[in-house]
Ligand binder design. Structure first.
Ligand code: ADP
Length: 459
């Protein structure tokens, strides 16, 4: 600024020649600074609403402290630079502030509305009579019947919400309540009602109350799933542990001198310890896979090679049940973008299940091929693992990939199952942008199909 003001001056020229230009530039600078100050005053409401909304988001845990500050600063800059109203400010003030005063009196200041639209939560702005002035798309999603100029009580008859609004009028802090909606689906919504100020909305055009709402149902469901998972995992571990402790006590007490019983008990204890080890291994695998589910795999995997490797690795297990594993390779190699260890684990879990739950002296087929799939049809890589076992009843199919879900719990435990194999498969397949399809006919057998994009066939 100083450089710009002094730029035309040279050493030899008399100062008096530049004084008029200098004073004129100083005048312009002062006017510009005054305009910024005026703009800040004019938009103080919009700035205040922004600050309240960001504080609500920070309080709800959506934003960290730094993101709140940066977000508020960015929005404040947008407000200060906003086009039409900014231009009017200067015009209005140049004409001794008459323009801005009349706009305030007519209550048409709408500069705050884009802020409500930009909020990541459902937000509605109300006037002094709790009439809806504005709401964003998220609010409309939650309350499809919402209309402008309608009292809030018509939008939601929920007593908790309407009572919170009444309370917010005289409260010094935002009022936070849980709102339970039953229609169209049951859900818990956390609502924060904040009063913005005491000025009459009809005159200023500014909201009196801001309500921000967040649907907590998904979060509740996740918390419930986490709690169920821990309960299930503890239960799965507690059973073999209790059995181990029982045998240890028996061996220390009544069976101390019984050599035959000791041999038998030690065998059972060993299998229970193995069961616990398998469960812990599967739990660790699942948590590793879940952690990486959003990371794109970087390697290249050839599916025929993995199918042949798994068939060979599981042959001894298949032979123990007199099952024959038959691999059908594709005509040419099929490569996918993937993590080999994970693809190996997927095929291992599926072929192992086919052996475990298949027919004794039966057959397990592992076929690698290319198919046309989807609309419009696209060439995709397919690995199908089919057995000729007893099959799975249709009601179980949609839930098979849930953790610890078993179609037949006793059969699974007898065969050393943990109930986590298909959950691991599902997560790995998601990470590879693939698909798992399960078809089964009771009495005939089951087919688990894996579909992946072949490398080079899609962008
Ligand atoms: P588990 O460790 O119990 O085998 P999984 O997650 O691998 O757990 O499988 C879940 C359930 O799906 C199994 O308990 C079993 O009831 C059923 N299942 C999986 N594969 C087959 C199959 N090939 N044939 C019949 N049932 C199967």
């Amino acid at each position: 600024m100083i450089e710009a003001l002094c730029a035309p001056m040279t050493d030899r020229q008399p100062l008096s020649r530049f004084l008029p230009a200098l004073t004129s530039r100083l005048g312009q600078t002062q006017a510009a600074l005054r305009a910024v100050g005026r703009r800040a005053r004019m938009r103080s409401w919009a700035l205040a609403i922004t600050a309240v909304l960001f504080l609500i988001l920070m309080g709800a845990g959506s934003l960290s402290g730094w993101v709140t500050i940066a977000g508020f600063a960015a929005m404040a800059m947008v407000i200060m630079q906003q086009g039409p109203s900014g231009g009017d400010d200067e015009l209005g003030e140049d004409a001794s502030g008459a323009g801005s005063a009349s706009r305030r009196a007519s209550g048409d200041d709408t500069s705050w509305r884009p802020l409500v639209d930009a909020m990541p939560d459902a937000v509605v702005a109300l006037d002094h009579n709790f009439v809806v002035m504005h709401f964003n798309a998220m609010f409309e999603d939650l309350f499809p019947r919402a209309r402008l100029q309608q009292p809030l009580s018509h939008v939601s008859r929920n007593p908790e919400l309407n009572e919170a609004v009444e309370r917010a009028v005289s409260a010094s802090e935002p009022v936070i309540v849980d709102v339970f909606e039953r229609v169209p689906v049951e859900r818990r919504i956390s609502a924060t009602v904040s009063r913005l100020g005491g000025r009459d909305s009809r005159q200023t055009g500014l909201p009196f109350l801001i309500i921000s709402l967040r649907d907590m149902s998904e979060q509740d469901k996740l918390a419930q799933m986490r709690a169920d998972f821990i309960a299930n995992a503890s239960h799965e571990l507690r059973t073999p542990l209790a059995s181990l402790r029982g045998f240890v006590e028996t061996l220390q007490g009544p069976a101390r001198e019984d050599t035959q019983a000791r041999e038998r008990f030690l065998g059972i204890m060993s299998s229970q310890a193995n069961r616990m080890t398998r469960l812990i291994d599967d739990l660790l695998s699942l948590s590793r896979v879940e952690m990486r589910v959003h990371l794109r795999p970087r390697g290249i995997v050839e599916l025929n090679e993995v199918a042949a490797y798994i068939a060979q690795a599981l042959e001894p297990l298949a032979l123990a049940s007199k099952i024959k594993i038959v691999v059908t390779r594709s005509e040419s190699p099929i490569r996918i973008r993937g993590d080999r260890d994970e693809i190996v684990q997927v095929l291992q879990n599926l072929v192992h299940n086919a052996i475990k739950y298949g027919k004794e002296s039966g057959r397990v087929e592992v076929a690698v091929s290319r198919v046309l799939d989807g609309t419009p049809p696209q060439p995709r890589a397919l690995v199908a693992i089919a057995d000729d076992g007893p099959g799975i009843a249709p009601e179980h199919l949609p839930r098979l990939t849930e953790r610890f879900y078993r179609a037949n719990a006793a059969a699974s435990r007898d065969k050393g199952g943990t109930g986590l194999g298909l959950a691991i498969v599902k997560h790995i397949v998601i990470r590879h942008s693939g698909e798992l399809r399960i078809t089964s006919v009771v009495g005939t057998g089951s087919t688990f199909s894996l579909l992946f994009d072949e490398l080079g066939t899609r962008a």
